[in-house]
Ligand binder design. Structure first.
Ligand code: NAD
Length: 467
């Protein structure tokens, strides 16, 4: 039996951040993780390895696009072992670094599967571990679909898709959300004929349609097919391949070499024995918490995917800090962001933060939208990618910045300025007065604000009604 002042359950970005922050605040911390390596899904089988593969995809796509700019490289020669080694190297460095940082902070790492046995105790692989306080950061798992044999070696989830066992000739991606489309970007660049099937009537349903449009247009020209408003009825082994039947309104049955299922994730709240600790559960495995990330049991906190959407590492990291500070007795700690950015690292990238135009319409918020098409951006044109767009969603009358959306290469980097502007209460005038370097894509945020303020000079004049 062992005991700690604070036990953090789960060593993903939320969990290790909480553990390290709590240790820095002087608590004696034990971090429990079922996998050998720290870092959770994000570092080991999510954000980081996928970004390594997306980097490779970007290089391939840029080399291909360069043919239109007077440079031809010829067909690439792809060494899958080399690609895998590059990806694994990035993961190894990061996860190894976490182990060192845990040691440096004297955080005890316990490996094993944890289950609560009481309000101050859990069992980790049969060993009792007691705690004064606990932060639960046990994440989420991929949703499975009835009719699709998840255990079949040719049926992939986001984890096995990253293994890159081969480059299937015909890949079906079920789910046109962020994971599905990021992996589609990778396999398309490597040479697969990609088909996407999405249940809703548009890709990336959470994003505004004008952001999705350039992505849809580009991938429609590259992929074998995109079927919207379509369900997969069944996936059956058929010799070496998989035979897929689609629901009403869908295409004829077809054969694929691999099928990737990426239809969302579900919180792990009902897999931890939390009832033994008296912690109440919400719907779909989500654990309800207050602004300090406390569950209904005041000394037990929950963070990250476990507390629900958006299931994003950067949200978990900030929640982890709040929970650690609250667990260390800081009364003013609270998770209260103005905006949480979302990024799809597709080609082009999509990024948005704060209120979307769709939400504004649904909630009856009257807004003005300042849009700057990248076809008028010198930097986008001179990079051969004028297909992007930047927009601000602004409160009518006050000029307050409520939301931003960007589509185009580097959108994920550019959105950070928009988040800072919203967090610090800037308005359209502040953004317009901020001198952005020229020529950059970052200028598009300043110019989109000018469009909203009516002071833009980088677009044709707005026709004024005569007085
Ligand atoms: P998602 O919710 O983003 O997308 C799932 C998609 O599958 C949706 O478009 C949904 O309409 C569709 N779908 C659901 N059921 C379907 C069905 N039966 N047939 C066809 N389509 C169906 O989920 P995801 O892409 O699996 O990602 C899971 C989580 O991980 C999300 O919360 C996401 O935000 C997060 N994530 C984030 C990033 C990032 O920030 N770049 C990357 C990967 C994952």
């Amino acid at each position: 039996m062992s005991r700690a002042q604070l036990v953090v359950l789960g060593a993903g970005p939320g969990g290790y951040t909480a553990a390290f922050r709590a240790a820095d605040l002087g608590l004696d911390v034990t971090l429990v993780e079922r996998h050998e390596r720290l870092g959770g899904v994000c570092l080991n089988v999510g954000c980081i390895p996928s970004k390594a593969l997306l980097h490779v995809a970007k290089v391939l796509a840029e080399a291909e696009d360069a043919a239109a700019h007077g440079i031809a490289f010829g067909a690439p020669s792809i060494d899958l072992d080399g690609v895998r080694a590059f990806k694994d190297g990035a993961v190894d460095r990061l996860t190894g670094g976490l182990g060192q940082m845990a040691k440096g902070r004297k955080v005890t790492v316990v490996r094993g599967e944890a289950r609560f046995t009481g309000a101050h105790a859990m069992e980790v692989d049969g060993e009792r571990l007691e705690f004064d306080r606990c932060i639960v950061a046990a994440g989420s798992h991929a949703v499975r679909l009835p009719g699709i044999p998840a255990e079949h070696p040719r049926v992939l989830d986001s984890t096995s898709a990253l293994d890159l066992a081969d480059v299937p000739e015909r890949l079906l991606v079920v789910g046109g959300g962020i994971i599905g489309l990021e992996m589609a970007t990778v396999y398309d660049a490597l040479g697969s004929a990609v088909t996407v099937v999405e249940l809703q009537d548009g890709l990336i349903p959470g994003a505004d349609r004008d952001l999705v449009k350039p992505l849809h247009k580009r991938i429609s020209g590259r992929y074998a097919a995109i079927h919207l408003g379509t369900a997969v009825e069944a996936v059956e082994p058929d010799g070496e391949a998989l035979r897929v039947t689609f629901g009403e309104g869908g295409p004829e049955p077809a054969a694929f070499d691999r099928v990737l299922v990426a239809v969302g994730r579900r919180a792990n709240g009902d897999r931890l024995g939390l009832d033994a600790a008296g912690v109440e559960l919400g719907a779909r495995g989500v654990v309800p918490v207050d602004r300090q990330m406390r569950t209904n049991v005041p000394h037990i906190f929950a963070i990250g995917d476990l507390v629900g959407e958006p299931m994003l590492a950067h949200k978990a990291i900030h929640e982890g800090k709040v929970a650690a500070e609250a667990a260390a007795g800081r009364r003013d700690a609270a998770f209260d962001p103005v905006a949480i950015p979302a990024v799809a690292y597709t080609d082009p990238e999509l990024a948005w933060a704060g209120l979307t135009e769709t939400q504004a319409a649904e909630e009856g918020v009257t807004v003005e939208v300042g849009r700057f098409p990248w076809s008028a951006s010198g930097r986008a044109l001179s990079s051969g990618r004028p297909d992007g767009m930047t927009k601000w969603i602004v409160e009518k009358g006050s000029g307050r910045l409520l939301g931003a959306g960007i589509v185009g290469p580097h959108a994920g980097e550019l959105i950070a300025e928009a988040v800072l502007a919203m967090e610090t209460g800037a308005d359209v005038e502040d953004l317009g007065l901020t001198i952005h370097p020229h020529p950059t894509l970052s200028e598009s945020l300043g110019i989109a604000a000018e469009v909203a303020a009516g002071t833009a000079t980088d677009l044709p004049p707005v026709r004024r009604r005569s007085a």
